[in-house]
Design a protein around this ligand. Structure first.
Ligand code: F6R
Length: 590
């Protein structure tokens, strides 16, 4: 949460940083700010709202022609959404500016101490203690870099911080929050929360390790605070196309990423079999397999449970990552944890991994972000290859997770090649499902649903996690209350919510048709407006979305019309499809 960009080079820093922040808005977008320096005076511009709504003319107010600066797009944790609380924060003497992502756990202690030293504070944030602590140490004779080191040594919590000194020096630290270094041409240096912020300038990246402190002064150096020495870190090359992180001709990333799913599934169909075989070997060797994730990724895990049971004839345990540590007592050195995370930075998933590690268990992750914390803390990783997902809502990363889980299970069942063939076939079908005709058809449904207060969704078997994910998509972007149940659960209480006209979406499949249609009849008998989604129409349905039966891969195809529905509902209700209220994509706080 919160996006950080810092730049030192030969370009206009405020514009490079502003453009970088735009791509990081998925991390938070309640306010933003940029600080630059002309090697003498720091100039700060801050505002409430989205940086993408800022014009060059606004930037000029702050731009002192500088080519060094730091910037931030915020998702509020400490302190409300105000201009005062927006980053960068200045030290009391105005000579140090700081941007920060994460939480400083002992900030109150530090604030009390600094107040006693006659420092005053303008914001309610934990961040403002950082520049003032650096100023405090500089007041005791240390230079900027040494003062920053001393400050970081006494800061508890999980955070990434970048500090800019008025003379143009920059220091940054990574401590359990993402921060990467981009190395451009002509000694250009970028520091950011993720690579998309500078992909259009460079694909050469250094993934910082914990407690790495970057010092930028002319060139750069990395000093590790634990090892207490200068360290060398390898430069990796990112193979993402820089256009992939741009909206192109699309109005929103949401729709662009929905449409990319056909290619993503095809890419997964080209995965090296050995990657999957290797994972299957670990699964078979383990005594107890646990699959953990949050939100949408957790629903991908739930689908996995059904597939493991049916195809691999194996029970695996599922837990939402935020609850996992309460189950760690069962873990042993022979347990295997499969952690799934698009961003690779989700704090809850990371702490599940750490809980597993503390018991000596093995961890395999499935993630979209090369070099991410989750990837680095896992014993092995499978890359999702979904490309950058910028919209806050997961779409292509979800279907790519489903496809990878399915391949693991097919391999366990000895049917890897058939799995690959099915994914290829599905990829062609997804082109059809996302075509303009299909989208227009779903639009006609969204017009019927745009003013409703509640939508209920029912599914059985693999269609149950799909219903859960569809409900999440609808509520997080259109703010319509949507709730999903396993078909059989309806009569155990939830049916009380159904009345005349209540929209109910029924996910059907060849396998579950009979049982789910009886649930459809139960809601129909109470006056529900019944929407069917699946292979066969039925007279009970008031509206029907035909999606061919893809058997064990149904979750991949059935979610697509629901993603489109959520998008259309957002548009009709004037909601921002890419940046829903209160949400951030990379949830790096617990
Ligand atoms: C919903 C959504 C979230 C994420 C969840 C986990 O559209 O995007 O529910 O799926 O926050 O994120 P990752 O996969 O990055 O760990």
């Amino acid at each position: 949460m919160c996006g950080i960009v810092a730049y030192k080079g030969d370009k206009d820093a405020s514009k490079v940083i502003r453009d970088g922040l735009k791509t990081l808005e998925y991390r938070g977008y309640d306010s933003w700010g940029i600080a630059t320096t002309d090697d003498s005076v720091i100039d700060v511009i801050k505002n409430i709202g989205k940086v993408s709504e800022t014009y060059d003319s606004n930037l000029k107010i702050s731009n002192n022609g500088s080519n060094k600066g730091i910037g931030h797009t915020r998702w509020a944790t400490h302190g409300g959404v105000t201009k005062e609380n927006a980053h960068p924060h200045l030290s009391q003497n105005g000579k140090i500016a700081v941007v920060h992502n994460g939480i400083i756990e002992n900030f109150q202690e530090q604030r009390t101490f600094l107040k006693k030293q006659n420092f005053s504070f303008l914001s309610d944030t934990d961040t403002e203690t950082i520049p003032n602590t650096i100023e405090y140490h500089m007041g005791r004779g240390y230079d900027f870099v040494e003062a920053a080191k001393r400050s970081f040594e006494h800061m508890d919590g999980q955070y990434a911080v970048v500090a800019l000194n008025h003379d143009g020096k920059i220091v940054a630290i990574r401590r359990e929050a993402p921060l990467v270094l981009g190395i451009g041409l002509n000694n250009e240096i970028f520091i950011a929360s993720d690579v998309t912020a500078f992909l259009e300038h460079t694909k050469n990246v250094i993934f910082l390790e914990e407690n790495d402190m970057v010092i930028v002064d002319g060139s750069f150096e990395i000093f590790n605070l634990y090892e207490n020495c200068v360290v060398e870190r390898p430069i990796s090359r990112i193979d993402w196309d820089n256009e992939a992180a741009k909206k192109g001709d699309f109005d929103h990333f949401f729709m662009k990423e929905i449409l990319e799913q056909a290619d993503v599934i095809n890419r997964i169909a080209n995965i090296e079999q050995s990657i999957i075989t290797d994972t299957v070997f670990d699964i078979k060797a383990a005594k107890g397999v646990y699959i953990v994730a949050c939100g949408t990724a957790a629903y991908a895990c739930m689908s996995g449970l059904y597939l493991f049971s049916k195809l691999a004839k194996m029970h695996i345990n599922f837990c939402v990552a935020s609850e996992f540590e309460h189950f760690k007592h069962f873990l042993t050195e022979d347990s295997l944890i499969i952690a799934i995370s698009q961003s690779g930075e989700t704090a809850d998933t990371l702490s599940a991994i750490r809980a597993a590690k503390s018991k000596g268990s093995k961890v395999i992750s499935i993630t979209n972000m090369v070099g991410s914390s989750i990837m680095r803390e896992s014993d092995k990783s499978i890359l999702q290859k979904a490309g950058p997902e910028i919209c806050v809502l997961s779409t292509k990363s979800y279907t790519s997770q489903l496809a990878i889980i399915a391949l693991i299970v097919y391999e366990m069942d000895g049917h890897f090649d058939e799995g690959i063939a099915s994914l290829r076939e599905l990829s062609r079908y997804i082109y059809y499902l996302t075509s303009k005709n299909s989208r227009d058809f779903i639009k006609s449904l969204s017009e019927k649903l745009k003013d409703v207060e509640h939508i209920y969704l029912l599914g059985r078997n693999l269609q149950y996690p799909t219903a859960l994910e569809a409900a999440l998509k609808i509520k997080e972007v259109s703010y319509i209350h949507a709730e999903a149940y396993a078909g059989g659960e309806l009569k155990h209480g939830n049916i009380a919510l159904i009345s005349e006209g209540t929209p109910c979406i029924i996910f059907t499949s060849d396998q579950t048709e009979k049982a789910i249609l009886s649930n459809a009849m139960e809601v129909k008998a109470r006056g529900a407006f019944v929407i069917g989604l699946g292979p066969k129409d039925n007279e009970i349905f008031d509206f029907f979305i035909k999606v061919r039966d893809a058997g064990d891969l149904n979750p991949i195809v059935q979610i697509i019309p629901m993603q489109i529905l959520a998008y259309q509902l957002a548009l009709l209700r004037n909601c921002d499809p890419d940046k829903p209220r209160n949400l951030a994509k990379s949830v790096t706080v617990k």
